[in-house]
Design a protein around this ligand. Structure first.
Ligand code: MEV
Length: 318
């Protein structure tokens, strides 16, 4: 018996940091995926392997421990948490992961791996599930592994397309026909999300009136961006990304490398460019209507980059 499931990575378009203070956020699923294959293991051991990441391990799912055979299996904690909760340890399986989402690029690789692994396992065991169940459970798994997690990443990975998280924390999908590419630039320096969120809180406590209004303004930009996306208004979307970038910078989460990537992208044809995710290292997102390769190649000179398109394909299992 073999089960295969996949789930996309995501990028936050608008609302990072402000979402921590109940402002809305928009995220999009992108055409980079985690693919998980589960099959019986005839030798009686449960294994986890990824040729893309160059690792292999034998798992003790009951104790949530593993014996490493090769590589650095950073993402293994999510798989162990899922198998510990949902898999009968007496049925040994092989879990194989293919991943074309770079880890630490702000593209939600852990949420995509979590959603794809859960979907593959539910399918393998015949557990009846729908996307709502999958998104909820994947969010719980991320929370127990990370201590805290926003429901946005796992929702986008499950449902695909564009997702709006409202001030009331309700998640809804909406559509766009915007044809522009997104180019994502990322550094090897990953910011520590927990610490960066705390640093914004610290600044907010020092200057409450100023920071409160900046955070509310990010919320307004997010709502306007939703309109721009729904009416396929590229130039408005780009402008709003640049405005949002200025506001994010004022929260103290920008770095020299992120600024360098933002100005490189804008200088090579991006009509909007901003930090995506927590900042303090990590990634930028650029909106490029024509010749995405030019921005991609310019970013690659000093940093890493990839070209991404919004995908409607959420989690798929077969
Ligand atoms: C990080 O990807 C996004 C933040 O808004 C934190 C969060 O929402 O949990 C910075």
């Amino acid at each position: 018996m073999e089960s295969v499931a996949s789930a996309p990575g995501k990028t936050i378009l608008f609302g990072e940091h402000a979402v921590v203070y109940n402002q809305p956020a928009i995220a999009a699923a992108v055409d980079k995926r985690a693919i998980v294959t589960i099959k019986d293991n005839p030798k009686g051991v449960t294994t986890f392997r990824s040729d893309d990441l160059g690792f292999e391990a034998e798992l003790d799912t009951r104790k949530k421990t593993y014996k490493l055979i090769k590589g650095k299996p950073g993402i293994i904690r999510y798989v162990l948490e899922i198998l510990n909760k949902w898999h009968d340890e007496h049925t040994p399986i092989d879990v194989k992961l293919s991943l074309n989402i770079p880890i630490g690029s702000g593209l939600g690789s852990s949420a995509a791996v979590t959603v794809a692994t859960l979907a593959a396992l539910y399918n393998y065991t015949g557990f009846p599930f729908n996307k709502r169940v999958l998104a909820n459970e994947a969010h719980k798994i991320e929370q127990s592994v990370q201590g805290m997690a926003s429901p946005l990443d796992t929702a986008v990975s499950t449902f695909g397309g564009l997702v709006y998280l409202s001030r009331e924390k309700e998640i809804s999908k909406f559509n766009t026909d915007i044809k522009s590419n997104f180019v994502i630039g990322y550094t090897n320096k990953k910011g520590n999300t927990g610490q960066i969120v705390k640093s914004v809180k610290f600044l907010k406590n020092k200057h409450p009136r100023i920071l409160d209004s900046i955070i509310k303004t990010i919320g307004k930009a997010t709502d306007e961006a939703k309109d721009a996306l729904m009416t396929d208004n590229n130039s408005k979307l780009g402008e709003l990304m640049n405005i949002n970038q200025g506001l994010l910078d004022s929260l103290g989460i920008n770095t020299y490398e992120l600024s360098r990537m933002i100005y490189t992208a804008r200088g090579n044809g991006a009509i909007g460019a901003k930090i995506t995710g927590a900042g303090g290292g990590g990634s930028i997102l650029a909106l490029v209507p024509k010749n995405a390769e030019k921005v991609f190649n310019a970013l690659k000179v000093e940093d890493n980059a990839l070209i991404a398109k919004i995908t409607q394909k959420g989690a798929l299992a077969k």
